[in-house]
Design a protein around this ligand. Structure first.
Ligand code: DX5
Ligand code: ZN
Length: 220
């Protein structure tokens, strides 16, 4: 089976103990943490912003973040993530009027550029930006909430994006987000995913280390 990385989504973490939750995931070998920013406008939910990452940095928790911006307008938010240990900033193309400009803002603060594609979003959005993209995030639920059910028909889209990446620019990371659990991870990886974003299936488990091990064991 091909190599993959589990990226815990802290949307489902216990926010009373966020530092501890992240450290437990680091202890389990996860050095990249998915950070869902929701604004109650682009998606019908309200979550967290850069202040939380400032606090994590101040407390010297040495982890990198994979920031998933579900917000509109989004441009004014991007500079706020500067120098906060953010490896990627991922935006939804529909959330911004001038996508190229948004991409340049992400690059300007030294982060990798991610493009998120909702279940109904066309791959055509990638046509003119592939050269600037570092990560493509395929949503396997409609964004807005953790704990939703995986949409199996998106597997085909994952395969299509894998093909596109292999044909065009092999270094782009293919990430998948939403409803991932032990019953679907094998198909997702077989479809070509590199990063597997997992929220509730990890943070709602009794033992995070064991849960991560279970995911690794099932993918052999
Ligand atoms: C959904 C978020 C996801 C969410 C995934 O809009 O973008 O990152 O945390 O959570 P699960 O794994 O519970 O679907
Ligand atoms: Zn996400």
């Amino acid at each position: 089976m091909k190599k993959f990385l589990i990226v815990p989504s802290i949307l489902s973490a216990n926010f009373c103990h966020l530092g501890r939750e992240i450290k437990t995931m680091m202890h389990a070998g996860c050095n990249l943490i998915h950070f869902d920013v929701m604004d109650n406008h682009y998606v019908p939910n309200l979550t967290m912003g850069p202040m939380i990452l400032e606090s994590i940095k101040k407390n010297k928790i040495q982890v990198l973040f994979d920031v998933h911006l579900m917000a509109s307008p989004v441009d004014s938010l991007i500079p706020l993530f500067y120098d906060l240990n953010v490896k990627f900033i991922t935006v939804h193309p529909e959330s911004t009027i001038h996508l190229d400009k948004t991409i340049q803002l992400i690059k300007k603060i030294g982060c990798g550029v991610g493009i998120a594609l909702n279940p109904a979003t066309s791959l055509h959005y990638l046509d003119y930006i592939m050269g600037d993209v570092d990560l493509i995030l395929i949503m396997t639920v409609n964004p807005g909430f953790g704990g939703q059910t995986f949409l199996p028909y998106i597997l085909k889209k994952i395969q299509q994006v894998r093909y596109l990446i292999d044909k065009n620019k092999k270094s782009v990371i293919l990430s998948v987000d939403g409803g991932i659990n032990l019953s679907n991870i094998v198909q997702i990886i077989q479809s070509g995913a590199d990063y597997i974003v997992i929220g509730s299936a990890l943070f709602h488990s009794q033992n995070y280390l064991q849960a991560i091990q279970d995911f690794k064991d099932i993918v052999v």
